[in-house]
Design a protein around this ligand. Structure first.
Ligand SMILES: Nc1ncnc2c1ncn2[C@@H]1O[C@H](COP(=O)(O)OP(=O)(O)OP(=O)(O)O)[C@@H](O)[C@H]1O
Length: 256
């Protein structure tokens, strides 16, 4: 069953110049569906509309036409307040620059969504500690974000994103600031989350290596879905297929 469904999504950034129709059409008539438990990458050349799409799917941007549904809720019909609550309780977010609060320890950062939700203290402690263990950051849990590595910060951000059992996790270039070893560890965390907990993950990335951990890659070009490929064999084989597809789509890695 599709947990995320998009129908006829279009987005025009209003032009700064004079007259009507002076805007920029960033997305054109996109329809897309993501099944529960899928791990999907969105790739495409710079300026193709990936971040615009992710911002709409995740409820950050509400100025668009078309329908976006998550689970049973049509988020394109929600008020700002309803959407804010829905985002906090039903979505998880992972950003390129981690977005952790420097004044809180890693453990406190992870538990924050449960604290904001006023859940039981015992549940908060148990869930937080289990999640820190799952992603192998329990040994540094009492440190502050600026004193640990980028990979540890990103694993903390992933822990925070899943602590409330969201319907879907949105990740925007989660390996963008990481060296290849940390990127690999972080992608293995996403994979584990997907395979062991059936988490649904939608990730924007330029990185074919990161995308090769997914079950499907959706390629965006000029604001529309250009092509989709599904993983069939090993991660390495999928990595090669992604590279070939990028070449066919007319964008080398330099364009991404
Ligand atoms: N606030 C804005 N106002 C006007 N145009 C915008 C705005 N944000 C993005 N755009 C334009 O919309 C298009 C899509 O931008 P978007 O950031 O979604 O692309 P992207 O695929 O995420 O690019 P990148 O890979 O470089 O991050 C680009 O041409 C961009 O210049």
């Amino acid at each position: 069953m599709a947990i995320l469904e998009v129908e006829n999504l279009s987005k025009e950034y209003k032009g700064k110049g004079k007259g009507k129709g002076n805007g920029y059409q960033a997305l054109r008539d996109i329809s897309l569906s993501v099944d529960s438990g899928e791990f999907v990458a969105i790739m495409g050349p710079s300026g193709s509309g990936k971040t615009t799409l992710l911002n709409i799917l995740s409820g950050i941007d509400t100025e668009y036409s078309g329908m976006v549904r998550i689970a049973e809720t049509i988020i394109s019909e929600m008020t700002k307040n309803e959407l804010a609550l829905f985002r906090r309780q039903r979505m998880g977010f992972v950003f390129q620059d981690y977005n952790l609060l420097d004044s809180l320890t890693l453990r406190e950062n992870v538990m924050l969504p449960m604290v904001l939700d006023e859940q039981e203290v015992e549940d908060i402690n148990a869930k937080t500690d289990a999640t820190l263990l799952l992603f192998d950051i329990d040994e540094v849990k009492d440190k502050y974000p600026y004193t640990v590595s980028g990979g540890q910060q990103q694993r903390t951000a992933i822990s925070r994103a899943i602590i409330n059992d969201p319907d879907v996790i949105f990740a925007d270039e989660p390996t963008g600031n990481l060296d290849s070893k940390s990127a690999s560890t972080v992608m293995k965390c996403f994979s584990k989350l997907n395979s062991e907990q059936a988490a649904t993950i939608v990730m924007v990335t330029h990185d074919p290596f990161a995308a090769s951990f997914c079950s499907r890659v959706v390629f965006i070009k000029d604001g529309t879905v250009g092509m989709e490929i599904a993983r069939e064999g090993t991660r390495k084989a999928f990595f090669d297929t992604i590279l070939e597809t990028l070449a066919v789509m007319g964008g080398g890695e330099d364009d991404f």
